[in-house]
Write a protein that binds this ligand. Structure first.
Ligand SMILES: NC(=O)c1ccc[n+]([C@@H]2O[C@H](COP(=O)([O-])OP(=O)(O)OC[C@H]3O[C@@H](n4cnc5c(N)ncnc54)[C@H](OP(=O)(O)O)[C@@H]3O)[C@@H](O)[C@H]2O)c1
Length: 268
């Protein structure tokens, strides 16, 4: 964006708000930043290059970024109605709080100016992935995407409803990988290693495999084939994991449950 006149308001600067603000600063995205959070005073000591306030600021935002807890949004957002111009955009990272509800809270005529994103935890390292939904007529679309890109790659979605699936797959996904590591450590002890030895081996195995995925032109199935010699040790393990497709089936059930829960939370 690199435009010191563009007014970006960050509403809520907790965990995700901080990740965004740090990313914008690290990424050298120049704008006129105003951060609104009850902890404005301490945030001002932590970050330079932005204005901090605990109250609704004067003037208007070109882009209003919402990083509030969803349950707080309906009480906080209406006060921002008169701080949006006709071509202002709203970008929300709040889980399960839809464009229509945000538009209603802001008393906008329709949802055409509201975009939503669902990032995940590695966003803090710039290694997240965000699902992004925006209506076709969203103003300042490129600016919204630039602000989001500091978190990692972006997958643009055609339907807002797909954000429930994104939440279930990549939003919650880091927990699945962490659990895989925990399960490998338990298995390590069953084959005679200590828990500490298991942790070192399993952790670096997952880090190394992820690095290979990142670097290699091959997909996961091709990489797996490379370490699976017929009749060998990996083949013996894979025969157990793939028997009746059971590992894939457990994951399918888990991710479907997460999607269902995302819908339930959104419906209140
Ligand atoms: N954390 C993640 O990994 C993650 C990932 C994807 C999406 N998200 C979404 O990001 C949103 C924020 O999550 P979070 O984990 O960052 O929550 P959080 O740490 O609680 O951050 C919310 C911030 O909003 C502040 N706030 C409260 N009232 C306010 C007001 N009237 N005006 C301005 N700010 C106010 C809170 O201050 P106080 O604490 O003083 O009340 C807090 O600093 C959620 O909707 C969540 O779904 C988070």
């Amino acid at each position: 964006m690199n435009d010191a006149r563009k007014r970006v308001w960050l509403l809520g600067c907790g965990r995700m708000g901080r990740v965004l603000l740090r990313g914008w600063q690290r990424g050298g995205i120049i704008a006129d930043y105003t951060v609104i959070d009850p902890k404005a005073a301490s945030l001002a000591n932590e970050f330079a290059g932005a204005k901090f306030t605990a109250a609704v600021p004067d003037g208007h935002a070109d882009i209003l970024v919402i990083a509030l807890k969803p349950q707080k949004i309906p009480t906080i957002l209406p006060a921002y109605h008169r701080h949006l111009a006709a071509d202002s955009a709203v970008l929300s990272v709040a889980a399960g709080y839809g464009c229509a509800a945000i538009s209603a809270d802001l008393q906008l005529n329709d949802s055409a100016r509201v975009a939503r994103a669902m990032p995940n935890l590695p966003a803090a390292l710039g290694q997240g992935i965000s699902g992004f939904y925006a209506p076709p007529a969203l103003p300042r679309r490129a600016d919204c995407l630039e602000l989001l890109a500091v978190l990692g790659p972006i997958l643009e979605l055609v339907q807002e409803d797909a954000l429930h699936a994104v939440t279930a797959l990549s939003g919650s996904g880091p927990a699945y990988v962490f659990y895989l590591l925990e399960a490998m450590v338990m298995a390590a002890q069953a084959v005679g290693l200590s828990a500490d030895e298991g942790k070192v081996l399993a952790r670096q195995t997952i880090i190394g495999a992820a690095a290979m995925l990142a670097e290699s032109p091959d997909d996961a199935a091709a990489l797996r084939a490379q370490v699976t010699s017929p009749g060998g040790t990996t083949a013996a393990a894979m025969a157990v994991l793939t028997e009746q497709n059971r590992f894939a089936e457990i994951l399918r059930t888990a991710i479907t449950q997460a999607q269902l829960r995302s819908r339930e939370l959104a419906d209140g």
